[in-house]
Design a protein around this ligand. Structure first.
Ligand code: F6R
Length: 607
């Protein structure tokens, strides 16, 4: 959730840290700080708010320093303040720590350290780590960090520096991502690859209970007991434009416009000699045919992709499918048998609840399959198989292109299950695949003229609340539409299965209340139209998403947002693009920062 960056080498560290933090700012942005090594001691600066505030405060700092650590925070323990911003330092200020994750036993450690005379300056869980390392420090930082991590319960990605050890960083990890790389100028460490120097494409992903020591001479690795480790070096293709807006006003807009590419690349190579191929699933057709229950586990937007998939899997394969919020699933007692398939959906591949839920499912004997956007992420590593969504780096906190990648991947999975159950023939699959591929062009068509969507958004921008209604697969997409609006515009929005309106929510409708209705052509079109009229007659402002050529809907809707005609099962792909744009235009009109909505973080690595 927070972002970490560290560097040691021959270049001035300040610019590397600040630029790294700017690239990581999408992860957390309530406060930020740096600690830079200087001969007379660590130079530590904290600021509340954006990295730009920290940059300003560092204007005359960091001269000559070539070693340091930095952090951008998303508050968990302790409100956003300078005192609670990282790096946290030991009593004597000679040890500084940045941390992602949560130290669950911090209260007990704090008591112990207070009793031993340590003085605390913040309300954070992280500060105990600085004092613990100080407690164990006897001239060897790596040894002290090893000893400290043995005492920690919880999740941590840690980078530590010490005034008494020039040009040295020590890194440790458990359940919180840490990547490292080296180039001619030195060693880099970060919580996310995007903050490593652009020319680094061979990276080390630190594993749980591993530590590393970084100096200008390179990186050495060990386990918690000090045993030497030779980690795997992974080659990754870096997209150097990934963190640039490329002429778009914000990352969200850029990412919305990338969706045709995401659809094409996610489908690329999936039809081989006329047959659907998801080799990564690593299950034979026979094994697939034994699956009699599917659980889709995810959070937030990824959960909504799961709701869509439930309709597809049950419709095409007739396999009972439950979609579960990961934070609930992990504390239930779900019915899992050897013929259960668990599908974890996660853009980041690091969401703490989803990760914990799949570990639990595996212990119970389920086969776990992941759909994620991040190569070698924790969820990818801990699953039996994985489909990568090919969305590439998603910077905007609100998911758009990764959602589309998830829906397309889940659609493929549903088709495969349908085929393995003998319910979809090869020729049906080939036809469906072609239609699925066509959605890329259809999304392009939507993106070529967004003026009506913008007009509808401007008409709704001053509302205080909105409903999203639809039936069947369209009700699933409404949940996602409402979430997009809530998170980026701070406008209250709720989604309902359209038939539920008259069982309560309709009481809220009054003159001008926006009701976004997904009424594309489907077997339940006429029913949705009646629900739309129920709201209309009570004064609602109706924004309808409808199928091109539908003239009838104009009689009832104030704004009609047309999408090209597609198979009903594929409509979430086109409709979601319209709802993303609708939410974004409202948010911009309300003066919101669409890429960095308040209180949110891109990757939720704490429970
Ligand atoms: C909303 C959004 C979040 C994430 C959720 C799960 O736009 O992005 O709701 O979908 O935090 O994250 P992942 O998919 O990384 O597991």
């Amino acid at each position: 959730m927070c972002g970490i960056v560290g560097y040691v080498g021959s270049l001035p560290v300040k610019d590397i840290l600040i630029n790294g933090l700017k690239r990581l700012e999408y992860r957390g942005y309530d406060s930020a700080g740096v600690a830079m090594w200087q001969p007379e001691g660590l130079e530590v600066v904290h600021r509340v708010g954006k990295v730009a505030n920290l940059e300003e405060a560092c204007a005359d700092k960091g001269a000559g320093s070539t070693c340091g650590i930095a952090h951008t925070r998303w508050a968990t323990h302790g409100r956003p303040s300078e005192a609670n911003a990282h790096p946290h330092v030991s009593c004597d200020g000679r040890i500084a720590v940045v941390h992602n994750g949560i130290i669950e036993n911090y209260a007990e450690l704090r008591e112990e350290l207070l009793a031993r005379g340590h003085a605390f300056r913040s309300d954070t869980d992280t500060e105990v780590v600085a004092h613990l390392v100080e407690e164990y420090y006897e001239g060897d930082l790596l040894r002290a960090v090893r000893a400290a991590t043995r005492r920690l319960v919880g999740a941590y990605g840690l980078v530590v520096t010490c005034a008494d050890e020039a040009q040295t960083l020590v890194v440790a990890r458990k359940d919180s991502p840490i990547v490292m790389g080296v180039n001619d100028d030195g060693c880099y460490v970060a919580s996310d690859m995007v903050a490593l120097a652009k020319d680094i494409s061979d990276i080390v992903v630190l594993e749980d209970y591993q530590l590393a020591k970084l100096t200008p001479a390179g990186m050495v690795f060990c386990g918690v007991d000090g045993e030497a480790i030779e980690p795997e070096v992974i080659h990754v293709e870096r997209d150097l434009e990934e963190a640039e807006k490329g002429g778009y006003p914000d990352f969200m807009m850029k990412e919305i416009y990338e969706q045709p590419r995401v659809i094409r690349e996610t489908l690329d190579g999936r039809m081989v000699n006329g047959a659907l191929s998801i080799e990564e699933l690593d299950l034979s057709v026979e094994e697939l045919s034994f699956i009699d229950r599917v659980y889709i586990i995810a959070c937030g937007t990824s959960y909504h992709a799961g709701l869509i998939a439930k309709n597809l899997i049950e419709g095409w394969a007739r396999i009972p499918t439950e979609v579960e919020v990961a934070s609930e699933f992990r504390y239930r007692n779900p019915i899992i048998t050897p013929s259960t398939l668990v599908v974890a959906v996660s853009q980041s591949g690091e969401t703490a609840d989803t990760k914990a839920a799949i570990s639990d499912a595996r212990v119970r004997g389920a086969k776990v399959f992941a759909i994620t956007n991040v190569v070698d992420s924790s969820i990818a590593r801990e699953s039996d198989g994985v489909i990568y969504t090919k969305a590439k780096k998603e910077i905007s906190v609100a998911s758009t292109k990764s959602f589309t990648g998830q829906v397309v991947s889940l659609t493929l999975l549903a088709m495969l299950l349908g085929q393995s159950k003998g319910r979809l023939s090869s020729s049906q699959i080939r036809l469906m695949f072609r239609e699925l591929a066509d959605t890329a062009g259809q999304v392009e068509e939507i993106l070529s003229d967004t003026s009506v969507i913008e007009r509808a958004a401007l008409a709704c921008k001053d509302a205080t609340s909105a409903f999203y209604i639809g039936r069947g697969i369209s009700s699933a997409i409404c949940y996602e539409g409402a979430l997009k609006l809530k998170e980026i515009s701070y406008l209250h929005a709720e989604a309902y299965a359209a038939g539920e309106m008259k069982h309560g929510p309709i009481a809220l409708i009054h003159e001008g209340f926006p009701v976004v209705t997904v009424a594309t052509k489907s077997p339940v079109y006429e029913k949705t139209l009646s629900n739309l009229q129920e709201s209309k007659t009570r004064g609602a402002l109706i924004v309808a998403v409808a199928t091109e050529g539908d003239e009838k809907i104009k009689e009832y809707a104030d704004y009609v947002l047309y999408v090209p005609k597609v198979r009903n099962e594929f409509s979430p792909i086109t409709v979601s693009v319209v709802l993303q744009l609708f939410a974004r235009y409202i948010a911009v009109a309300r003066g919101c920062n669409v890429d960095q909505p308040r209180n949110l973080a891109k990757s939720v690595t704490v429970e």
